[in-house]
Design a protein around this ligand. Structure first.
Ligand code: MLC
Ligand code: AMP
Length: 490
C-alpha cells in the first residue's frame, strides 16, 4: 500500500465491524464501510478531474457525507477546503478566485452558488452525483507528512479571509496528542453537534474519534433536546461555551444524565469561570477547557487527571511549545507557538505568512496570555481585533469594508459587545454623509447579500464622528462602553 499519512493514521487500523458513526435515525457506518465509501468517493473525485494537490471546495449542509468527502479528498491526494454554509454568493466568489479549485461540491438547489461557480468556470458536483456511478475503490494516493491535506479560511485583519494551509503532519500530530491527553479509546462515544467546516468539528472531533477507533453520535446541528436524549449512550462531548451555558439551568442536564459521561470538553472561545462552576455543580463534571486556532490546531489543554482550573486553558500539548512574548510586569504578553501542529502558512499569501511568524520561527497567535506558577496558560485578551460570537470568528475589518461601501456612509467601526448566550455579539458605529438618511434597516438590507448572517451587526449606532485618539486610531474601547450602555437600555 502507498503511503498516505492520514489514511495510515486515521483509516487503516480499526476492525471492519466496529461502528464509526450513528445518525439520529439509527443508521450506522462501520469502519469497514467508511473505508469502502471513502475509497469509492475518492475514485469519483478523480474521475471528476481532481488530481493530487488540487483543492476541492465543499459547501454543503452537515451530513456524514461531508466527513466522507473530507477523507476521500485527502485519500485522493487532494486538499479539502470546507466552507461555512452561511457564506453568501458574494463571499463564495472570493473563495473560488483565491483557492482556484478543481471542483466545488454543492448541495442540490444551491442555485446562487452554482451560478457563481459557472461564472468562475469551476466544475460543480453534488454529493448525490459523486455517490453514484459504481466507481471501483481507489488506492490511497501517496502523500508525505508535509503535503497539504486541507485549507481552512479564517477571517482576515485586512478584510479578506486567509487560507490557513494544513498538512497531513499538522493534523495527525494534533489528533494523536489530543488522544493521549484526553485518554480517548475505542470505547468512547462522542456526541458530535458542531459544524464540520471548522477545525473544532472537522479535525478535533473527527480526527480524535478516528485515531482512537471510537464512535460518534452525529447530529446535523446543535440541538439541546437531541443531546439530552443521547447523553445516556455517550461518554464524551465537545462544544463551544454556548453549548454549556445553554445547559446550565436546564433541568434535563443533571448529575443523573451525566452519570455515564467520562469527559466534557470546551473550546473555541472563552468559557466563563461562572459557567464552569455552575455546570460542575449541576452535572458533577468539571469541563475540560482547551485552546486552539485554525492555524495551529490545538495548542493547550487542561489536564485529564489533575486540576482543571476554571478561567485557564491548561498546559501546552505534548510536542507543542508555547511562549509569552514581551511580558509586562504582570507577565502578560503575546502567545507564540511552535511545533508539528503549526501551519506552514497562508495559501498564496507569503506576506501574511511572513507577518505571522517571528524571525526565529514562532507563530504569533494574536492572543494575549499569562502563565501561573503551575504553568497553566490564561488567555487574558487579544492583540488582534476580533469578535468571537458563539465560537464563530468575525474580523471587524471585513464587516467595516462592507458597511463603508454602502451609499451614504462615511466610515464605520465594528466591535464586540458582551452577549449572554453567544459570549460576544457584533456591533457597529456608523458615520453618515451630510444629508444621508440611512436607517438601521437600510444597513441590514444592504449587508444581507454580502455577508454571512453571523457577521451581521446585531446592534447599530449612528454617530456624528468616531472617537479617535491623538494618533487618529479609532477608540473601540470607547465605542464598547457607549454601545453596551445603548444595548442595555434597549
Ligand atoms: C447562529 N447565529 C449566530 C450564531 N449562530 N449569530 C451569531 N453568532 C453565532 N455563532 C444566528 C443565525 O444566523 C440565525 O440568525 C440565528 O442565529 C439562529 O440560528 P441557529 O443556527 O438556529 O443558531 P443556534 O443553533 O442557536 O447556533 C448557535 C451555536 C452555533 C452556538 C450552536 O453558532 C454553533 O454551532 N457554533 C459553533 C461554532 C464553531 O464550531 N466554532 C469553532 C471554530 S474553530 P437569523 O438572523 O438568520 O435568525 C476555532 C478554533 C478552536 O475557533 O479553538 O476550536
Ligand atoms: P479561529 O481563528 O476560528 O481558529 O479561532 C481561534 C481563536 O479562538 C484563538 O486565537 C482564540 O482567540 C480563540 N480561542 C480558542 N479557544 C479558546 C479558549 N479556550 N479560550 C479563549 N479563546 C479561545
Amino acid at each position: 500500500m502507498t503511503l498516505n499519512p492520514i489514511h495510515a493514521a486515521l483509516l487503516s487500523a480499526q476492525p471492519d465491524a466496529a461502528v464509526f458513526l450513528t445518525s439520529p435515525d439509527g443508521a450506522q457506518i462501520s469502519y469497514g464501510a467508511l473505508r469502502t465509501l471513502v475509497a469509492q468517493r475518492a475514485a469519483a473525485l478523480v474521475s471528476a478531474g481532481v488530481t493530487p494537490g488540487d483543492r476541492v471546495l465543499c459547501q454543503i449542509e452537515k451530513s456524514p457525507e461531508g466527513l466522507i468527502l473530507y477523507l476521500a479528498t485527502v485519500w485522493a491526494g487532494g486538499v479539502f477546503v470546507p466552507l461555512n454554509t452561511a457564506y453568501t454568493a458574494a463571499e463564495l466568489e472570493y473563495f473560488l478566485s483565491d483557492a482556484t479549485p478543481a471542483l466545488l461540491i454543492l448541495d442540490d438547489g444551491a442555485t446562487a452558488a452554482r451560478s457563481v461557480a459557472e461564472k468562475a468556470n469551476v466544475t460543480v458536483a453534488t454529493p448525490g452525483v459523486l455517490a453514484k456511478g459504481g466507481h471501483d475503490p481507489l488506492m490511497p494516493v501517496s502523500r508525505g507528512y508535509d503535503d497539504l491535506a486541507a485549507i481552512l479560511y479564517t477571517s482576515g485583519t485586512t478584510g479578506r479571509s486567509k487560507g490557513a494551509m494544513l498538512t497531513h503532519g499538522n493534523l495527525i500530530s494534533n489528533a494523536q496528542a489530543l488522544q493521549t491527553c484526553w485518554h480517548f479509546t475505542a470505547q468512547d462515544v462522542l456526541i458530535h453537534a458542531l459544524p464540520i467546516f471548522h477545525t473544532h468539528g472537522l479535525f478535533v472531533a473527527t480526527n480524535v474519534t478516528l485515531v482512537s477507533g471510537a464512535q460518534m453520535l452525529f447530529l446535523p446541528a446543535f440541538d439541546l433536546t437531541a443531546i439530552a436524549n443521547l447523553l445516556p449512550r455517550a461518554t464524551t462531548i465537545m462544544g463551544v461555551p454556548t453549548f454549556y451555558s445553554r445547559m446550565v439551568g436546564d433541568a434535563r442536564f443533571d448529575k443523573a444524565a451525566f452519570a455515564g459521561m467520562r469527559l466534557v470538553i470546551s473550546g473555541s472561545a472563552p468559557l466563563l469561570a461562572e459557567t464552569h462552576k455552575a455546570f460542575a455543580q449541576q452535572t458533577g463534571h468539571a469541563i475540560l477547557e482547551r485552546y486552539g486556532m485554525t492555524e495551529t490546531n490545538m495548542i493547550t489543554s487542561n489536564p485529564y487527571d489533575g486540576a482543571r482550573k476554571a478561567g485557564t486553558v491548561g498546559h501546552p500539548l505534548p510536542g507543542v511549545a508555547l511562549r509569552i512574548a514581551k511580558p509586562d510586569e504582570a507577565g502578560i504578553g503575546g502567545i507564540e507557538v511552535k511545533g508539528p501542529n503549526v501551519t506552514p502558512g497562508y495559501w498564496q499569501n507569503p506576506e501574511k505568512t511572513k507577518e505571522s511568524f517571528t524571525a526565529d520561527g514562532w507563530f504569533i497567535t494574536g492572543d494575549l496570555g499569562q502563565l501561573d506558577d503551575e504553568g497553566y496558560v490564561s488567555i487574558v485578551g487579544r492583540e488582534k481585533d476580533l469578535v468571537i460570537s458563539g465560537g464563530f470568528n468575525i474580523y471587524p475589518k471585513e464587516v467595516e469594508v462592507e458597511i463603508d461601501a454602502i451609499e451614504g456612509v462615511v466610515e464605520s467601526a465594528v466591535f464586540g459587545l458582551p452577549h449572554p448566550d453567544l459570549g460576544e455579539q457584533v456591533a457597529a458605529a456608523i458615520v453618515l454623509k451630510k444629508g444621508a438618511s440611512l436607517t438601521q434597516a437600510d444597513v441590514l438590507e444592504a449587508l444581507a447579500p454580502r455577508l454571512a448572517r453571523f457577521k451581521i451587526p446585531r446592534s447599530i449606532q449612528f454617530l456624528s464622528e468616531l472617537p479617535r485618539n491623538t494618533m487618529g486610531k479609532v477608540q473601540k474601547a470607547e465605542l464598547r462602553k457607549t454601545g453596551a450602555a445603548l444595548a442595555s437600555s434597549n
